[in-house]
Design a protein around this ligand. Structure first.
Ligand SMILES: Cc1ncc(COP(=O)(O)O)c(C=O)c1O
Length: 445
């Protein structure tokens, strides 16, 4: 199937010399010249020789509270395996069974030879879980975002996104060629200003927010966002990558927790976090989902996820929806509150809990520690790594410039003794670190 027409060039020119001979046209610059001056490349080159880079470290055991990484057991505080299901025997057995029945790969698009009964079961059960008419399963969460946004929006439309939205949302917006209007993170008055402007843009309007923001761990005021979107005639999409399998009595995410599921047009989720696998979904009306099945290029022009991934996600979803689910959900949130309180006691600048409309507060399993400077974040990461803990480091563009943070996260399978051990380790490391490198942002440093 051909996707790009041959011989189509929008810039084809040929220079002719004064003698009439045709000069060889050449590119104005060498495309690769910018690589050497790239900020990320330079940062990597400076960090790598000192073993300071937190990136591409190798895991040598399944994601678990204590896991093997580069020859040492470390407390894992950097996994999105929120419910700890990647090691659950039922999930592993489902993955094995899917391989036995359907093989190691499907070698084709969902449209052609890449759909198996497990996809259909998973789509039906996701729709039941989310309370929507239908759901569509993509090979990755990233493709669920790019696939939905690029199919639903087009040139002439406007998409309004929170500045903290995930990169795959931004990429989907760019792919769609719709006009992008961003608003300051969680600022409803800025959203309203953009809705007002978008109403004059002349096309359809979609608002997209993360339910739980992936770096900050705070949540979007979805009911208020939905109310504004409705008032201005815009549609609303919520990315529940970090909300589904974590928040709400059914674990259906931020929209369930905040009681606004029926005010949201599209809910996106991934299997790469609580659902212990890889893949993603969009849950919506049957009309929208069927349109995506027929029109979404990132869905159509890629091979289907491997059967083991689909089988594992389905088994994990069934656990979340079983009588065991509520216990797992409350354990991960209890652990999050315990961990957040512990880091706060150490005097670290931890992103504060979200205050909900009813005045209660919520701490999600993502507990970021603000460091500020990129290099300081790398040095602190290395000190924690050497002491036996793994956390994630987020620097620009994942966070605003100067907003480097250690992104810590907890799982339902962390026991109190794991978290206490980690808190002792943090306390020791931070004491030595601040003595050598100066204070960290926060009340007591
Ligand atoms: C908010 C958010 N949306 C989408 C994605 C993409 O999901 P996946 O990694 O499963 O492709 C992520 C992944 O980190 C995410 O954090």
């Amino acid at each position: 199937m051909r996707r790009v027409d041959d011989d189509v060039s929008t810039h084809g020119t040929q220079a002719t010399s004064t003698t009439g001979a045709t000069a060889q046209p050449r590119a104005a610059v060498d495309l690769f010249a910018r690589i050497a001056t790239n900020e990320r490349v330079q940062q990597w080159a400076a960090a790598k020789p000192h073993d300071l880079s937190p990136y591409f470290r190798t895991a040598e055991s399944p994601a678990a509270p204590i896991m093997r990484m580069e020859g040492k057991d470390r407390v894992m505080l950097g996994s999105n395996n929120y419910l700890g299901l990647t090691g659950d025997p039922r999930v592993l057995e489902a993955a094995r069974k899917a391989i036995d029945v359907y093989g190691s790969g499907l070698t084709g698009s969902r449209l052609l030879n890449g759909t198996i009964p497990l996809h259909l079961d998973l789509e039906r059960e996701i729709a039941e879980w989310m309370g929507t008419e239908d759901a569509i399963v993509f090979a990755t969460g990233n493709q669920a975002n790019t696939g939905a946004l690029s199919a639903l929006l087009g040139p002439g439309d406007t998409v309004i996104a929170d500045s903290g939205d995930h990169a795959s949302i931004l990429d989907g917006c760019i792919l769609s060629k719709a006009k992008l209007r961003a608003f300051r993170h969680n600022r409803l008055e800025k959203l309203e200003k953009q809705l007002d402007r978008a109403a004059g843009d002349g096309g359809g309007v979609l608002v997209v927010v993360d339910g739980v923001f992936s770096m900050e761990g705070d949540i979007a005021p979805v009911p208020e966002v939905a109310e504004l979107a409705k008032r201005y005639g815009a549609r609303l999409m919520v990315d529940e990558a970090h909300g589904a399998g974590v928040l709400g009595a059914r674990g259906a995410g931020t929209c369930e927790l905040l009681g606004c599921e029926d005010q949201v047009d599209l809910r996106m989720g991934t299997f790469s976090k609580s659902l212990a696998s890889a893949g993603g979904f969009i849950a919506s009306s049957h009309e929208v989902v069927q349109y995506l099945r027929l029109q979404s290029r990132p869905y159509l022009f890629t091979a289907s996820a491997v059967p083991a991934a689909v089988g594992a996600a389905l088994a994990a979803l069934r656990i979340v929806r079983s009588s065991e689910g509520p216990q797992l959900l409350s354990k991960v949130l209890d652990n999050a509150a315990y961990w957040h309180a512990g880091l706060t006691r150490l005097g670290l600048h931890v992103v504060p809990p979200t205050t909900l409309a009813d005045g209660s507060t919520l701490i999600t399993p993502i507990v970021p520690v603000l460091v500020g400077d990129d290099w300081k974040a790398f040095l602190l990461w290395k000190a924690l790594w050497d002491a036996g803990a793994f956390v994630n480091v987020a620097v620009h563009p994942a966070v605003p410039p100067g907003g480097a943070l250690l992104r810590t996260s907890v799982m339902a399978t962390h026991e109190r003794e794991d978290l206490d051990r980690a808190l002792e380790l943090f306390e020791r490391v931070i004491k030595d670190f601040t003595a050598e490198h100066g204070p960290l942002p926060g009340p007591s440093h």
